[in-house]
Design a protein around this ligand. Structure first.
Ligand code: JCE
Length: 243
């Protein structure tokens, strides 16, 4: 997978080259290119923003600079790209989104700042039949798109074959079965007077699986009843319902 990121703060994306994602890049599983938006400015001040039409607080990012940056970065590779625009006004980015995007050949992230990017940049891309997804990573407002890109790239790249040492952990993700993950434990058996639940040391894998499922159902019911309500009819078996 090729990933391009356009931003006025390239340094914000440095963490993508650390640790697991850094190893995925070194292993050639991901090609990452970060581009400074100011490369495509033409004025001495390298202006990327201007006052909003209609008035209002803050500034808006200028369409000309973004248009030239997008065209130039798209042209760097012939593979079709999904253009991703992080925004508080976007459709929710979920595990299902990450799963869907993990099959893409190329992702191109546009990091806005200020009050966002002139809407015509998205409109122009869509009328050229480019795939453009405006997405939100949650119901809170960030200062720019870079942190959202870090979140989305991590969620997508960890799903690529060969990235996670243990693929099972991606399959058993929270949300992959629609439930939150239950509690996890490791050594020591007793820590500050708190013991690991006996069932987990019983070696009885059926009982352990049942216990873990019950904890996941319990936690989901308590913290995310919306997820429980959204489960497909056949997602819960009789034992689940008995819980
Ligand atoms: N889930 C999300 C995504 C964002 C996000 C993404 C990109 C940009 C570019 C600028 N801002 C600041 C801003 C503030 C006010 C209204 C519009 N935008 C962003 C915020 N916040 N929360």
């Amino acid at each position: 997978m090729r990933i391009d990121v356009i931003t006025i703060f390239p340094g914000y994306l440095a963490p993508l080259r650390e640790a697991l994602l850094g190893r995925a890049i070194s292993a050639g599983l991901v090609d990452l290119a970060v581009h400074d938006l100011r490369t495509w400015t033409r004025d001495v001040h390298q202006a990327v923003d201007d006052a909003p039409y209609g008035g209002g607080p803050g500034m808006v990012m200028r369409p000309q600079v973004w248009g030239e940056a997008l065209d130039a970065v798209l042209a760097l590779d012939e593979r079709p790209a999904r253009i991703v625009v992080p925004t508080p006004a976007g459709r929710p980015f979920t595990q299902a989104t990450a799963q869907a995007w993990s099959g893409d050949e190329r992702l191109l992230f546009t990091c806005g700042r200020y009050e966002g990017i002139d809407q015509r940049v998205v409109d122009d891309a869509r009328r050229r039949d480019l795939t453009v997804d405006e997405v939100s990573i949650g119901d809170y407002v960030l200062v720019g798109g870079e942190v959202a890109v870090l979140v989305m790239v991590e969620a997508v790249v960890r799903l690529l074959p060969g990235v996670l040492g243990n693929p099972a952990s991606a399959e058993q993700d929270s949300f992959s079965d629609g439930l939150l993950e239950g509690p996890a434990f490791t050594r020591p058996e007793v820590w500050r007077g708190l013991a690991v639940p006996d069932v987990l040391r019983s070696g009885n894998h059926a009982k352990i699986a049942r216990w873990r499922r019950d904890r996941a159902l319990e936690r989901t019911a308590e913290r995310r009843p919306d997820l429980l309500a959204a489960l497909p009819e056949d997602a819960l078996d009789d034992a689940d319902r008995a819980f």
